[in-house]
Ligand binder design. Structure first.
Ligand SMILES: Cc1cc2nc3c(=O)[nH]c(=O)nc-3n(C[C@H](O)[C@H](O)[C@H](O)COP(=O)(O)OP(=O)(O)OC[C@H]3O[C@@H](n4cnc5c(N)ncnc54)[C@H](O)[C@@H]3O)c2cc1C
Length: 387
């Protein structure tokens, strides 16, 4: 968009405001992420709190929500911001997605007025960090089988269980924790310093290393009655948050792919073998052309889904189409770009392998590609093949 990659002039169909938001985020990523991200990735250590405050100052956290210090922007503008963030790193975009689309969205949509006043302005400013605990050690794609339990004790609730692979958990101030109760799955707002809550960082990840991931142990955690999110009843509630967050991923994955493509284009233009630039070989051009075509199709898909969301008509199975296609194609593009860089493709001096590794996580979280195939399959056939 706005680059040679924008083969279809999609840029022209964006509003002035959308282009401006994109430019601001692109500048932020150029200044604050690009110069450092290879080091964060290598060290497995990202200054997430500092970044959250900077993103908060720019209004990127919960930017598509309204009121309580949130910017109230369109889903297309939010998507463009995700694309630019993920052109920096998928881990950095994950920080914004989990904060805005999972944790803040859960409070905004299902919380009582006091929850919203207490948490949303601080989270929008990046002063408070949230996490979203649905996945468990033994229950990932099938959250309906969760074993984390909340039981009544007088007016209080007692939570016992464990959550696994939770983005931001070790640095979070508050967790949106999903647990089974006698009335089905409910959501709880859990201050992470509550006695009985421990969050341990998951180390040795080979993907999303510039993102903090943790496991949460909940051991007899006593919570007051008002920790319950009143509007979140049943598994539909966390699933609706995931649908929200996936829309950012549909765009975000294209950011990682764009960065790979731009790197490969530039490399192929300057690296010479057999007396001519790699870009002059027909096989290289075929790779570049096929990747650019897929990237542009992905962009049209993201824009179409974003416009449907802004019109209020987007269905979850349509978001599955976008997540399935755009993450799968972004990963294919990253792998293909790596071949164009030859040995340099495996070096951390270039962003391509980092993006490819990151996209392995993006393919798996927020519903694996197989689960999204099943959602689309169900839409086509009317038959559920999940169980
Ligand atoms: C870096 C990272 C960050 C994450 N952050 C969060 C977070 O913040 N909050 C959170 O709650 N979770 C988070 N997750 C967890 C993520 O959502 C889960 O990993 C995902 O839902 C898949 O669950 P699983 O890993 O247990 O895999 P499983 O469910 O065990 O699946 C393993 C494989 O089996 C396939 N499979 C499973 N069921 C079926 C079926 N019915 N038919 C066909 N194939 C099937 C899957 O597609 C997959 O290929 C994160 C994960 C990662 C890697």
């Amino acid at each position: 968009m706005g680059t040679p990659l924008d083969l279809l002039d999609v840029d022209a169909s964006l509003s002035e405001e959308e282009r401006q938001i994109r430019a601001v985020v692109r500048r932020l990523v150029d200044d604050r992420v690009r110069p450092h991200v290879a080091g964060w990735y290598e060290d497995g250590d990202v200054p997430a709190r500092e970044l959250a405050r900077e993103f908060g100052r720019l209004g990127l956290l919960g930017m598509h929500l309204t009121g309580y210090g949130c910017a109230g922007s369109s889903m297309v503008a939010y998507g463009l911001a995700c694309l630019e963030l993920e052109a920096g790193d998928s881990g950095v975009r994950s920080l914004v997605s989990v904060q805005g689309s999972l944790a803040m969205h859960a409070v905004w949509r299902f919380g009582g007025e006091e929850h919203k006043q207490r948490w949303l302005p601080a989270m929008a400013a990046g002063e408070a960090i949230g996490c979203f605990g649905l996945t468990e050690p033994d229950h990932g794609s099938d959250p309906a089988s969760m074993t984390t339990r909340a039981r009544r004790d007088g007016d209080d609730w007692i939570l016992d269980g464990a959550k696994m692979w939770i983005t931001n958990a070790p640095i979070a101030d508050v967790g949106v924790i999903w647990a089974r109760t006698d009335e089905g799955v409910r959501g709880f707002l859990v201050p992470m310093d509550t006695p009985g809550v421990t969050a341990r960082e998951i180390r040795r990840k080979m993907s999303l290393r510039a993102s903090v991931t943790g496991e949460i142990a909940l051991d007899g955690v006593r919570l007051p009655a008002d920790a319950l999110l009143p509007g979140a009843v049943g598994l539909r509630a966390p699933l609706s948050c995931l649908t929200e967050a996936r829309q950012g991923i549909v765009w975000g994955a294209l950011g990682a792919a764009r960065d790979c493509l731009e790197t490969a284009l530039s490399y192929a233009g300057t690296r010479t073998q057999f007396g001519r630039p790699l870009a002059g070989f027909q096989l290289t051009q075929a790779k570049l052309a096929d990747m650019a075509v897929e990237w542009n199709k992905g962009l049209l898909l993201a824009l179409h889904l974003g416009r449907l969301a802004d019109a209020g008509t987007l269905r979850p199975d349509q978001v599955s189409v976008g997540k399935l296609n755009n993450v799968r194609e972004a990963l294919a593009i990253a792998r293909q770009c790596r071949t164009i860089l030859g040995a340099n493709g495996v070096s951390g001096e270039y962003p391509v392998m980092r993006h490819a590794n990151n996209l392995e996580s993006v393919l798996t979280y927020e519903g694996t590609s197989e689960i999204h195939q099943l959602v689309v399959g169900q839409r086509l056939t009317g038959l559920s093949a999940f169980g």
